[in-house]
Design a binder for this molecule. Structure first.
Ligand code: NDP
Ligand code: MG
Ligand code: MG
Length: 341
């Protein structure tokens, strides 16, 4: 069983005694900054010159500085820019201005695990990774609850790194729900595997194949959309509430029987071999290298793949059908398809 931490296991005063710079004010950065402030922590936000996020942070009454100045003031630096830009922000603005012994905190292990950032040996290097998007982290904190967090220590120069990570996790509200002790390697490799094989990659491909199979057989795309995409949420909500067992308990006997006999035909043992190959590319660093090399090339492959994805007929069908469902927020639909969301 994993080692777990709760509010009573952490001392909030540790992080309250530090000067924290949160670099980035996006999904995670805004949630961390606001929760830290509301937990009585001395926080400033570091952003690039001309950042689009600056006004949002200032509207919340936060102090916003450029990254270098935020780092110079701080003895605790939180790196929450997108993973692919972290090594540039680190090299250009953080490392040259870092105070001796300052703690470095990440929300994901990517740049440490794959060696894109090497902090000085006298810094504690820790991770607090909420298991949810930033707006849920913030919403739960405000409601007096919390989103579970992963907590890890990569480098313990002070001998206090874990206590400090727990203190930070408590300030985010994460220990109201529970913190799970992990390592940078485990968090990073499982996070990449989950999003590639199951959550994003696997599920998207499964839905597209289902939609293609029905429409190529002559069924109407609108009907195929409901059966292969829209109803995913109903099933996933049941799984999240009560596991696969609750999903099988809730659906009709016809659906449950079909699950048992046809599920293993569609997702056959070969799929597991494919997953093992995906995992091997993650652990070897091949995936990270491909992603970062492409980013260094202006993201040419990424952009092409995004455009190809947006052209799939399921997107056109879905865009029209979602207008019929008044409870869905469809105003930003165009942004998603253009990839700017
Ligand atoms: P976002 O894409 O939401 O963050 C973007 C922020 O970074 C913006 O404020 C942006 O400013 C700023 N930024 C971009 N480039 C720079 C730069 N060169 N210098 C300074 N600031 C910059 O990121 P996320 O919050 O999604 O991810 C942050 C970290 O948290 C990642 O390590 C991620 O893996 C991890 N994480 C994310 C989760 C999520 O649900 N999103 C969940 C758990 C962990 P501007 O507005 O100017 O572009
Ligand atoms: Mg991830
Ligand atoms: Mg049905």
């Amino acid at each position: 069983m994993a080692e777990m931490f709760y509010d009573d296991d952490a001392d909030l005063s540790l992080i309250q005694g530090r000067k924290v710079a949160v670099i980035g004010y996006g999904s995670q950065g805004h949630a961390h900054s606001l929760c830290l402030r509301d937990s009585g922590v001395d926080v400033r936000v570091g952003l690039a010159e001309g950042s689009k996020s600056r006004a949002k942070a200032e509207d919340e009454g936060l102090r916003v500085l450029n990254v270098a100045d935020a780092v110079k003031e701080a003895d605790f630096v939180v790196i929450l820019t997108p993973d692919q830009v972290q090594r540039h922000v680190w090299a250009d603005h953080i490392a040259p201005n870092l105070n001796k012994g300052a703690t470095i905190l990440f929300g994901h292990g990517f740049n440490i695990r794959f060696g894109y950032i090497t902090p000085p040996s006298d810094s504690d290097v820790i991770m607090v990774a909420p298991k949810g998007p930033g707006h849920i982290v913030r919403r739960e904190f405000v409601d007096g609850r919390g989103v579970p967090v992963l907590v890890a220590v990569e480098q313990d120069a002070s001998g206090q790194a874990l206590e400090m990570a727990k203190s930070y996790a408590k300030a985010l509200g994460g220990l109201r729900a529970g913190g799970i002790k992990t390592t940078f390697t485990e968090e990073c490799e499982t996070d990449l595997f989950g999003e590639q094989s199951v959550l994003c990659g696997g599920l998207s491909q499964l839905i597209m194949y289902g939609f293609e199979t029905l429409t190529e057989a002559g069924y109407q795309p609108e009907v195929a959309y409901f059966e292969c995409l829209h109803e995913v949420k109903l099933i996933v909500d049941l799984m999240v509430e009560g596991g696969i067992a609750k999903q099988r308990w809730s659906v009709s006997d016809t659906a449950e029987y079909g699950d048992y006999v046809s599920g293993p035909r569609v997702i056959d043992p070969h799929v597991k071999e494919n997953m093992q190959a995906v995992l091997a590319d993650i652990t070897s660093g091949a995936f990270a290298k491909r992603f970062i090399d492409d980013q260094d090339n202006g993201g040419a492959e990424f952009t092409a793949l995004r455009e190809k994805g947006a052209q799939h007929p399921i997107e056109k069908t879905g865009k029209e059908l979602r207008k019929l469902m008044a409870w869905l927020d469809t105003e930003q639909d165009a942004d998603y398809v253009e990839g700017s969301a």
